[in-house]
Ligand binder design. Structure first.
Ligand SMILES: [Zn+2]
Length: 278
């Protein structure tokens, strides 16, 4: 069995294994070498965030569709840009990683700019701290909506299935790392942040200052932020003291899973519209 066949067969299990392996490892490291002081709200935060994580892992495992399944379908037709002709292996891998990165960047920016999508994505940004528990603090509807937006693009681009699976495994590693509150050598970060999304880079996206929230949309590779002008390499305030989360709700209800699940469906003044420019 060669590598493409292996990653196709075991990719799903590998994705979950590396996700939880990194989750536990970085959760321990956060306690030993924290970038920011631990919040007194951490117990309540972790309770709410882990409940949403469980909901999303169950949803992920039970959904009948995925980006990889869509890529297999497109390849069998054959449909999509990369399926028009046979390409050298390196080109199809690089193009798949590059275009999948665009789908992730584009979906994320739409989640910020379209009020209906922001209602759900806002749940992720309401966390007033950032650590590994924030990673899957995502509304399950956002999870499904992102699939609905992304699948037509996966087909349109004709992404190579095994390279796409490789991206999804890498995504599982990088998103846990980028949300973690682990102190990471700034000398390495100053170079690495131009290649993959580091904790210091992604923390800027979770800033409560709107200009910083509106930056660094790429979840794995910062290349599309660099190409399209949304890259912001350092925050206005020091990382240790900058305010994270949103200004419109910093109360205890934003740490309760049930409140978070219901929140997007409420029509009140609790900030369901994109925040005004500050
Ligand atoms: Zn965001």
């Amino acid at each position: 069995m060669n590598f493409p066949e292996w990653i196709q067969q075991y990719g799903d299990n590998l994705q979950l294994t590396v996700f939880f392996g990194f989750f536990i490892t970085l959760a321990l490291l956060e306690r030993l070498i924290s970038r920011r002081a631990r919040s007194p709200n951490n117990l309540a935060r972790w309770g709410g965030n882990l409940r949403l994580t469980i909901v999303n892992v169950v949803l992920f495992a039970s959904l009948p569709v995925s980006f990889v399944a869509a890529a297999f379908w497109a390849e069998a037709q054959p449909w999509g840009l990369l399926n028009l002709r046979s390409l050298p292996l390196e080109i199809s891998v690089l193009a798949t990683l590059f275009l999948r990165g665009f789908i992730a960047w584009g979906t994320h920016i739409l989640n910020h700019k379209i009020p209906f999508l922001w209602r759900f994505h806002r749940i992720h940004h309401l966390d007033t701290e950032l650590d590994v528990s924030t990673t899957l603090r995502v509304h399950p509807v956002e999870f499904v909506l992102n699939l609905l937006i992304g699948i037509p693009l996966v087909v349109l681009f004709g992404l190579t299935p095994w390279a796409l699976m490789l991206y999804e495994v890498f995504d599982a590693v990088v998103v846990v790392f980028s949300h973690s509150n682990v102190r990471f050598p700034t000398s390495i970060d100053s170079i690495l942040k131009y290649i993959i999304v580091t904790p210091d880079l992604h923390r800027i996206h979770h800033s409560s200052w709107r200009l910083e929230t509106d930056s660094n949309y790429g979840p794995v590779f910062p290349i599309w932020d660099l190409l399209l002008g949304t890259f912001r390499g350092s925050p206005k305030e020091p990382h240790e003291t900058m305010t994270l989360g949103l200004k419109d709700n910093r109360g205890s209800n934003s740490r309760q899973a049930l409140w978070l699940l219901i929140s997007p469906f409420r029509n009140d003044s609790s900030g369901n519209t994109p925040p005004l420019q500050k």
